[in-house]
Design a protein around this ligand. Structure first.
Ligand SMILES: Nc1nc2c(c(=O)[nH]1)N[C@H]1C(S)=C(S)[C@@H](COP(=O)(O)O)O[C@H]1N2
Ligand SMILES: [Mo]
Length: 170
């Protein structure tokens, strides 16, 4: 298998796991913490990292005040791992951009400069609770809207990717 086929395989395996997960636990419950749910594809030639919530929780926690825009969500405390420190921990170089994809096939590009300016997180908890798929979890890219009200714009709303399942580094 070449790299393209291999990364395609990872995506298929992740999708199958998620489908199995919904069948087994329903969309209403948060998935098991040790289930692989996030694939990070490094730039050219790198081996993908496949991570569970438990893997993300091994990194220092960062909390921000924010909300999922346009869906009637209220400001809450979101806790997760800083995207910048996760990539650093995985030994990945600072990306020029990241393409974040979700379980519903939504995708959006996040400039690497956001990591430096706003330190967005991959959140696995909202007000201390793990998120089910129907709550737009289990993983959400969250920006510190409370700390930086200037982020309350369409541009950052669309980078607030919920049901996150893949990051592609460039
Ligand atoms: N997984 C996922 N994340 C997403 C979206 C989406 O459709 N799917 N839409 C983005 C946009 S454009 C906005 S404004 C907010 C709210 O999306 P919605 O209004 O499409 O529900 O979530 C963002 N994150
Ligand atoms: Mo939007």
């Amino acid at each position: 298998m070449n790299l393209k086929e291999r990364t395609g395989m990872h995506r298929v395996i992740t999708s199958l796991l998620l489908t199995g997960l919904i069948l087994a636990f329903g969309a209403q419950a948060a998935p098991p913490r040790d289930m692989p749910i996030l694939t990070i594809h490094p730039g050219a030639g790198g081996t993908p990292h496949v991570l569970s919530v438990a893997d993300l929780e091994a990194y220092p926690r960062r909390s921000v005040t924010g909300l999922i825009p346009d869906v009637g969500d209220h400001e809450a405390e979101w806790t997760g791992v800083s995207l910048a420190s996760l990539l650093q921990g995985l030994g990945e170089p600072w990306p020029a951009r990241i393409t974040a994809s979700a379980m519903d096939s939504y995708r959006e590009t996040i400039p690497g400069s956001d990591l430096e300016h706003y330190d967005p997180i991959i959140a696995y908890q909202r007000n201390g609770e793990y998120l089910s798929i129907s709550q737009r979890g289990p993983l959400v890219i969250m920006y510190p809207y409370g700390e930086h009200p200037e982020l309350l714009t369409r541009v950052f709303f669309s980078r607030t990717v919920w049901q996150l399942d893949e990051l592609r580094l460039e």
